[in-house]
Design a protein around this ligand. Structure first.
Ligand code: ZN
Length: 189
């Protein structure tokens, strides 16, 4: 049951190009524990051994097997009421994260679900698992955030909800990018 949820969300993100090869990670909260994808796992091809159960606050023998973004997932569960987290690399949202400090969705179709996504980590050296506390704090106010030049972290009650948030943001960012390039080419005329 849990495996099939992870598999269907992993496949969905992979098919839509929101994660590539072994990037991206997923988790769900289970009381004081979480189930998180294995370090280096490929989200499009998850199997039982790719799901790692470990503590939200405490380390155990499974901890070293968890995703490199474990520290961020832990901080999010400690700071928010999220039950599920999706970390992806949506290309148009990443492009905008390199130029914006906040992505405002405005008149795009994502507006009814999301109106903005803050971009965190400007002028910081961001490594996997970095910015954990800052991301946890920001997700108290927003359902999704972008890490500058890296990727998104989205939360929900279910993996599906966090995944929808990610695809909605990417869909809107794609439109914003197209609009920006149309404006840039009409400015040249
Ligand atoms: Zn990443």
């Amino acid at each position: 049951m849990i495996l099939s949820q992870f598999q269907s969300i992993g496949r969905d993100l992979s098919t839509k190009g929101l994660v590539s090869s072994n990037s991206g990670n997923l988790s769900i909260r289970l009381g004081e524990h979480m189930i998180i994808t294995r370090r280096g796992s490929r989200l499009g091809y998850l199997e039982e051994h790719d799901l790692i159960e470990t503590g939200i606050s405490k380390n155990d023998r499974n901890t070293p097997l968890a995703s490199v973004e474990l520290a961020v997932h832990r901080a999010i569960y400690q700071e928010t009421t999220a039950q599920a987290i999706v970390h992806a690399h949506p290309p148009h949202a990443i492009a905008l994260s390199l130029t914006e400090t906040e992505i405002v969705l405005g008149d795009t179709e994502g507006q009814s679900i999301l109106d903005r996504a803050p971009v965190l980590g400007w002028h910081m050296d961001v490594r996997p698992g970095g910015l954990a506390d800052i991301i946890g704090q920001a997700l108290k106010q927003s359902r999704i955030i972008m890490v500058h030049g890296h990727g998104s972290f989205a939360i929900g009650q279910l993996l599906e909800e966090a995944c929808n948030c990610t695809t909605t943001l990417e869909g809107s960012c794609r439109i914003i990018c197209i609009l920006k390039s149309l404006q840039a080419s009409s400015d040249k005329r």
